[in-house]
Write a protein that binds this ligand. Structure first.
Ligand code: NAD
Length: 337
């Protein structure tokens, strides 16, 4: 999938006359297994030197504890302080949606997932591990700074795009400490945005309403774990995990883009995985870099591929990963955005 995204990026650069300088870093499971290095000592500084980072899915059965993924993916999110996980949920064609009677006008919203705190910070420990007395503690971190900046980002995004609805989801009925902070900040920030309707759902209700009535959502903001889960649900509305794109963003700084899906090991090496999630993530990257024409051209080429069924089997086509990528690349600049 990553190779196909690179193919499409390169083509977009050529068509619009803005050559992209791409540098490939070998970090991943193969590199880790060969060298024992997950990410080099100066790795995060190296990454800060780029305008943007594009990353493929991590996860390899040969590394059961996923150590390389933790250092490369979560490590980069934390070290580069990429606090916005931006995940658009946009249905391109009614036939891809498993929800009865729903089409593109019903499924078109974005999720902002807090990306640097929550349950992912790995604070905690295991006591008497491996015994029947084992105690496992995993702390959820919520700071005013972290909650404030992601909620504020959601409102700023809505305002900038002319959207009028922001929904925050937490579990403040049960998680009465950390999520009280989310409640407080949401109230404070929403009061500054008079034209925007601020709604709150508990996360379990959000999951239900996403299925029952996805058309009510424009912008959803939530914490790290909940955002991870509801965007897999959102991906199914788009046609599956193979379709979903994401950006790990610190506005104004080097940001990182990746498909929502993992490494789908059962597909590895078979030329059947859908490259659209990766390709759409590359478009998000260009959009964030201000290359809006190039990004729109990629999105248009993807939409046409879906419309004409020039796609992989998971969404009803007959093409392989490489052929689907090539077909999209060829369309860049040929179809209107
Ligand atoms: N951001 C990441 O790098 C990331 C995200 C999630 C999981 N992972 C890792 O990936 C590995 C596999 O995890 P998983 O099986 O839970 O999730 P996964 O996203 O890899 O796959 C789940 C299922 O979604 C479908 N799918 C995923 N990508 C697809 C694609 N491109 N085209 C078509 N269908 C696709 C497949 O049916 C697949 O079995 C694990 O090691 C996990 O830790 C990594």
């Amino acid at each position: 999938m990553t190779a196909e995204a690179v193919k499409v990026l390169t083509r977009a650069g050529e068509v619009f006359g803005r050559k992209l300088e791409l540098e490939h870093l070998p970090w991943g499971a193969d590199h880790f297994l060969q060298t024992g290095v997950t990410i080099p000592k100066d790795g995060y500084d190296t990454l800060r030197g780029f305008d943007a980072i594009f990353i493929g899915a991590l996860g390899d059965p040969r590394v059961p504890d996923n150590r390389h993924a933790r250092d490369i993916l979560l490590g980069t999110r934390f070290e580069l302080d990429l606090y916005v996980n931006y995940r658009p949920v946009k249905l391109l064609d009614e036939r891809l949606c498993p929800l009865k009677g729903r089409g593109p006008k019903d499924v078109n919203f974005v999720v902002f997932r807090e990306n640097t705190e929550g349950l992912y910070v790995s604070v905690g420990g295991r006591f008497k591990a491996g015994t029947e007395d084992e105690v496992a503690i995993q702390e959820e971190l919520n700071t005013f700074k972290g909650v404030n900046r992601i909620i504020r980002h959601a409102f700023q995004f809505a305002k900038a795009r002319g959207l009028t609805k922001v929904c925050m989801a937490d579990k403040s009925n049960a998680m009465q400490q950390g999520h009280a902070l989310w409640q407080r900040v949401f109230k404070e920030v929403s009061a500054e945005y008079a034209g925007i309707q601020a709604t709150h759902y508990y996360i379990d209700a959000l999951a239900m309403y996403m299925v029952l009535d996805p058309g009510q959502f424009e912008v959803i903001v939530t914490n790290n774990l909940f955002g991870d889960i509801v965007t897999d649900l959102g991906a199914t509305f788009q046609g599956g995990l193979g379709m979903a794109a994401s950006g790990n963003i610190h506005p104004g700084k080097t940001s990182m883009f990746e498909p929502v899906h993992g490494s789908a090991p059962k597909f590895a090496g078979k030329n059947i995985a859908n490259p659209i999630g990766a390709i759409a993530s590359a478009a998000l990257m260009l959009e964030t870099l201000g290359m809006t024409k190039e990004a729109a051209a990629i999105d248009a080429a993807v939409a046409r591929a879906v419309r004409e069924n020039q796609v992989t089997a998971d969404i009803g086509g007959t093409l392989g990963t490489v052929e689907a990528g090539t077909s999209i690349a060829k369309q860049i600049g040929q179809v209107e955005g």
